[in-house]
Ligand binder design. Structure first.
Ligand SMILES: Cc1cc2nc3c(=O)[nH]c(=O)nc-3n(C[C@H](O)[C@H](O)[C@H](O)COP(=O)(O)OP(=O)(O)OC[C@H]3O[C@@H](n4cnc5c(N)ncnc54)[C@H](O)[C@@H]3O)c2cc1C
Length: 338
């Protein structure tokens, strides 16, 4: 018996059909194929179920960790015995708004979002078609590729602020977007629920051709045949992490089952049986070597969760707002929604 038993029982009573797994191996979900069991892993399909789960967690002073497709996270082998994870991957409705913008929930994959834009002859999201994450993870990380970033196409974002159990809407200019960062990374208890994307009208064939070209480029240059979490390090100012790593002779360097890809030195790949410690030790070795040889400090892009990671919520209890979802449309910053 631990503090999660009554929480899980209560959630199951209220949401009997919710996919809710106990001691769920995160290796099953992570693109790295690494990670021990999380105490609980829930996959709600809409904001109503999401808010009911978080309300119960809050009553027990627990804060969930929110994930999308887990393509940018290194989970610890030891597991996360005190963590309740909520994945937003099934919250994935998407539609065209009357003004031609696209509304997409957090769990929509970036590839589906860019295909939908293409089908509707909307240009601007071609860069995202090969990024394996979701709208939620993409916005939190301000994901980008080939000169495009989420910040170029996001018009507004709706977040669910867990300490207050309320929805807020914010416009792009207040999202604090920078290179692989957003203001949402600094707000404890912030779940991205949906976003509106503003794109330009274009030609379907040209958009499809651009997506094909970029995806071929990706397949040529990146080790997509092996599990990874994308670029291991952020691009240092005025330089490229992969170039520095390669110049330090680290291409193909391995620790246990983790290896600096011999196809693209910016990627750390799992060659079969890597554990989280192999990846971590390898990344630290790369970081130290690049610092000593080049004087450049590499900063990890991958989110590394430590084994004892847990989240609590000690803010005052908040009433349950049952939410039915909806598109963001106003022009205020962090506007409260009903
Ligand atoms: C082969 C490969 C290629 C890649 N190429 C690129 C690339 O070209 N460009 C690039 O930028 N990235 C790339 N990535 C990294 C990754 O796909 C992106 O960072 C992506 O945006 C992460 O989305 P996700 O849904 O997987 O997020 P996750 O990995 O699940 O989560 C990432 C972070 O976002 C948070 N998060 C996720 N969803 C929510 C939500 N709804 N609300 C609040 N927080 C949330 C998590 O807590 C975590 O901190 C690549 C990864 C792989 C494996």
């Amino acid at each position: 018996m631990d503090i999660f038993d009554p929480v899980i029982k209560e959630i199951r009573e209220i949401l009997p059909s919710l996919p809710l797994f106990e001691n769920e191996p995160m290796a099953k979900h992570s693109s790295f194929k690494i990670g021990g069991p999380a105490r609980a892993f829930a996959v709600p399909e809409d904001i109503t179920a999401f808010s009911r789960i978080t309300h119960i967690l809050k009553k027990h002073k627990l804060m969930p960790f929110i994930t999308g497709n887990c393509t940018n996270i290194l989970f610890p082998d030891e597991g996360l015995k005190e963590l309740f994870i909520i994945s937003t991957e099934r919250m994935n409705r998407m539609f065209l708004l009357p003004d031609g913008s696209i509304y997409a929930e957090a769990g929509v994959s970036l590839s589906k979002l860019s295909s939908f834009a293409c089908q509707n002859s909307l240009t601007g999201l071609e860069f995202a078609s090969g990024i394996p994450g979701t709208v939620g993870g993409g916005i939190l990380m301000n994901a980008g590729a080939y000169g495009g970033e989420m910040k170029d196409v996001v018009e507004s974002v709706v977040i669910y602020y867990l300490p207050e159990q309320k929805l807020y809407e914010t416009l792009k200019e207040n999202c604090g977007f920078g290179y692989r960062k957003s203001a949402f990374q600094n707000i404890a208890g912030c779940a991205i629920v949906s976003a509106v994307f503003r794109l330009e009208r274009g030609y379907k064939e040209a958009i499809a051709a651009k997506m094909k070209e970029l995806n071929e480029k990706r397949r040529d240059k990146q080790p997509l045949d092996l599990p990874s979490a994308g670029s291991a390090f952020k691009r240092p100012e005025g330089n490229f992490a992969a170039k520095l790593i390669e110049e330090c002779g680290l291409k193909g360097y391995a620790v246990g089952g983790a290896m600096v890809s011999d196809k693209h030195a910016g990627f750390v790949v799992n060659t079969g049986n890597a554990c989280s410690h192999d990846v971590y030790d390898l990344m630290m070795h790369v970081r130290n070597t690049v610092w000593l040889q080049k004087g450049v400090e590499l900063v990890p892009e991958i989110i590394i969760l430590p084994p004892d990671y847990k989240l609590s919520d000690n803010t005052p209890d908040a009433p349950l707002h049952v939410i039915s979802g909806g598109a963001a449309s106003d022009d205020t910053d962090f506007k409260e929604q009903n």
